[in-house]
Design a protein around this ligand. Structure first.
Ligand code: PEP
Length: 248
């Protein structure tokens, strides 16, 4: 069983969302995987109520605010995301961190808000190219993970981690299966130390960064890789269907 998640970023309005689910045919093999799509907030409701969406595809928000409501123009609360049909939420995606300046502390507040409202947080971590060149991969991703772990609501809180090296997102560059396995082992070891072995084993760690049908199987066969978070290639129903049918 693998987790196959699609992050649509700022693509796919309501009409495109409906057209995607109408065109998507899940192949044999997808049934054994946990499937997730993260549409933009304005398309969540349309995705949730779209009669053509295969109910095996769960939905998530790409971002939430940590407050439950108030004067925060342009933001979406965890409760609103739930009401619109989300069961999961991406937290700390690298575009949130590096384009919008989100800090580890803000990411932690969002994880806490997601947990309060019963959303499964998918905590994204990953180093920039210069951090990698400086040999700081473990330091960076562990600091990002630690901030999120501090606010988890007990050891049985369901969540996922997505390792997404920033230099591999939307660039066509992909981490090698060995790079991914090393980072995932580092993250799993920290989960074991903080949450215990049972929780660490049941917490999926996804790889993200230029995953496409041609490389999904190789990345999913890497040690410690429990799933993939797919950006660009999740926008096309055919390529998402191919990745969704890839097993581990
Ligand atoms: C992402 O958006 O999380 C991502 C990994 O994008 P891409 O697959 O396009 O690199």
């Amino acid at each position: 069983m693998a987790v196959i998640a699609g992050n649509w970023k700022m693509h796919m309005g309501v009409a495109d969302t409906r057209a995607f689910f109408a065109a998507l045919t899940l192949q044999e093999g997808a049934g054994g995987n946990e499937l997730l799509i993260f549409p933009p907030a304005v398309s969540l409701g349309a995705a949730a109520t779209c009669p053509e969406r295969d109910p095996r595809i769960q939905l998530g928000a790409q971002n939430i605010h940590w407050q439950d409501g108030g004067a925060f123009t342009g933001e979406t609360s965890a409760a609103m995301a739930c009401e619109a049909g989300a069961s999961h939420v991406l937290v700390g995606h690298s575009e949130r961190r590096h384009v919008f300046g989100e800090t580890n502390e803000e990411v932690a507040l969002k994880v806490a808000a997601g947990c309060r409202h019963g959303l499964v947080p998918v905590v994204c971590v990953g180093e920039t190219l210069s951090e990698r060149q400086d040999g700081r991969v473990d330091e960076v991703i562990l600091a990002q993970l630690d901030a999120a772990l501090e606010v988890l609501d007990g050891d049985d809180q369901r969540f996922m981690v997505a390792y997404e090296p920033v230099w591999a997102i939307g660039t066509g560059e992909t981490a090698t299966p060995d790079d991914a396995a090393n980072a995932h082992r580092t993250l799993r070891t920290r989960l074991e130390a903080v949450l215990g072995i049972a929780a660490a084993v049941r917490t999926p760690i996804l790889y993200g960064g230029s995953v496409k049908p041609a490389n999904a199987a190789e990345l999913l066969s890497a040690s410690e890789v429990d799933g993939v978070l797919v950006g660009g290639a999740s926008l096309d129903p055919q390529s998402f269907a191919e990745i969704a049918a890839t097993g581990r």
